[in-house]
Design a protein around this ligand. Structure first.
Ligand code: ATP
Length: 432
């Protein structure tokens, strides 16, 4: 499938692999369905997305508390949250070859062997494993299917350590695992992925204004990532499709090459989680203000972002094919704030020692100030520009013969190809 900009999934998957962003998981063994590995450039891009989120939603605010809870949790967490009984997708199994499908993705017969399907049943998507040396029912634990649980179980800890006043939030980024029946569309639907979530605790009567604020915050974050606003659409999720805990949910959908699909969610979870965990654990999880004497169970607004879906949206939105100087090229128009490489430094000619040593000097001193700087002296200068364009490097810094005379370098802009001369002394502030 091809979107308006000409980008296809094949082009994105191929560029991501060729240039070291994302590789198929366990590739030399033929892969493992629903898993992907981030390469050197992919991890930089992903870290930039996560760091921006953490900065915006945790560090720059004084009402947020970051945590990093364990992935393995007491299974009663998932009993209380409703995941053990209800976190499932419908499934049909072929009677002959035992292959499993989601009923909405197949016709009446098995597409592999033509066999008949057995009865429709519910398939729980949580991954199970055993904790400790005994392998019986009593040792079952789950890999968390969302990061939210780790924040609700720490509500009391945060209250006791920091005594926050409402509204306040707990934030967490980390891996989540879902045994999706049909993983597909590259990073979009995987079995192991990363989430960035906030549980924002509010007074019940103030949920609507807080919901609205988080809606605006989502657009602010999306804009900072460089995702064009016109590619993002809101879907008001109807009651019968909402999760069991939600009284209102908005999905933020993105125009992926394979269609308009969920990128992030915003849900009003009422006091469902704190009440359920209070009941199941027998530990009171309430908000208390000793000065006013009030005590009640706060309600929750939850903005939830999938890191991998953001990576995919950013790569698709940034992919451009154009012509520069009469030559066709592919480039990633990434926002400089999140590009994996901030700038590349190179000598004009590789075989002129005076240029190479001056370029090394510029590179080493700049890298101390701006870590995401790359050295490149491979092939001719035209090739280096193309290579950097393809990975979205916003600027290329070239050390040429004039540099040896006046300590200026050329800085070439990724999008326009235009060059300007800049003093070496001004580079650090420009790329910081
Ligand atoms: P979907 O309807 O697409 O399965 P969901 O509504 O179950 O998604 P949530 O439970 O709201 O998803 O999870 C919050 C976010 O986590 C999603 O907006 C998405 O970005 C991300 N996410 C969920 N499932 C996956 C997955 N299988 N692979 C990658 N990211 C995912």
């Amino acid at each position: 499938m091809q979107s308006e900009s000409g980008v296809t999934m094949e082009k994105i998957v191929s560029l991501a692999k060729r240039r070291g962003f994302i590789y198929p998981g366990s590739e030399i063994y033929g892969g493992l369905a629903g898993t992907w590995d981030y390469g050197p450039l992919g991890i930089e891009l992903k870290n930039n997305i996560k760091n921006l989120w953490w900065r915006l939603f945790v560090q720059e605010r004084d009402d947020m508390y970051g945590v990093d809870a364990a992935i393995l949790m007491n299974p009663r967490v998932w009993e209380a949250s409703g995941h053990v009984s209800g976190f499932s997708d419908p499934l049909v199994e072929c009677k002959k070859c035992k292959r499993r499908y989601r009923p909405d993705q197949v016709e009446k017969k098995c597409p592999e062997c033509g066999g008949e399907f057995g009865p429709l049943r519910q398939f729980n998507m949580m991954f199970k494993t055993h904790i400790g040396a005994t392998g019986d029912e009593s040792s079952i634990v789950y890999l968390r299917p969302e990061t939210a649980g780790g924040m609700f179980v720490n509500f009391k800890n945060i209250m006791d350590s920091f005594h926050p006043r409402l509204p306040f939030g707990i934030a967490q980024t980390g891996k989540a695992f879902r045994n999706e029946i049909a993983p597909r569309d590259f990073l979009f639907r995987t079995r192991e992925f990363e989430q960035m979530e906030v549980e924002y605790f509010v007074r019940p009567e103030e949920w609507e204004s807080n919901f609205e604020q988080w809606r605006q915050e989502t657009y602010r974050y999306i804009a900072m990532l460089g995702i064009p606003r016109e590619l993002v659409h809101e879907l008001e999720v109807p009651e019968n499709e909402r999760a069991h805990y939600s009284r209102r949910t908005i999905d933020f959908e993105f125009d992926f090459p394979f269609g308009r699909k969920e990128l992030a969610g915003l849900a009003y979870r009422t006091d469902f989680d704190l009440s359920a965990h209070s009941k199941e654990s027998g530990v009171e999880l309430s908000y208390q203000n000793d000065e006013s004497g009030e005590k009640f169970c706060p309600h929750v607004i939850e903005p939830s972002y999938g890191v991998d879906r953001l990576v995919l949206a950013i790569l698709t939105a940034a992919y451009v094919e154009d012509e520069l100087g009469g030559e066709k090229r592919v480039y990633l128009k990434l926002n400089p704030k999140i590009a994996p490489v901030s700038a590349a430094v190179f000598p004009l000619l590789k075989n002129k020692p005076e240029l190479v040593s001056k370029a090394r000097e510029v590179y080493v001193s700049l890298k101390r100030e701006v870590p995401q700087i790359m050295w490149d002296d491979n092939g001719n200068i035209g090739k280096r520009y193309r290579r950097q364009d393809e990975i979205g490097t916003p600027a290329c810094i070239t050390i040429d013969f004039q540099t040896l005379e006046d300590d200026t370098v050329t800085v070439r802009d990724r999008d326009t190809g235009k060059q300007e001369r800049v003093l070496i002394a001004d580079l650090a502030t420009r790329f910081a």
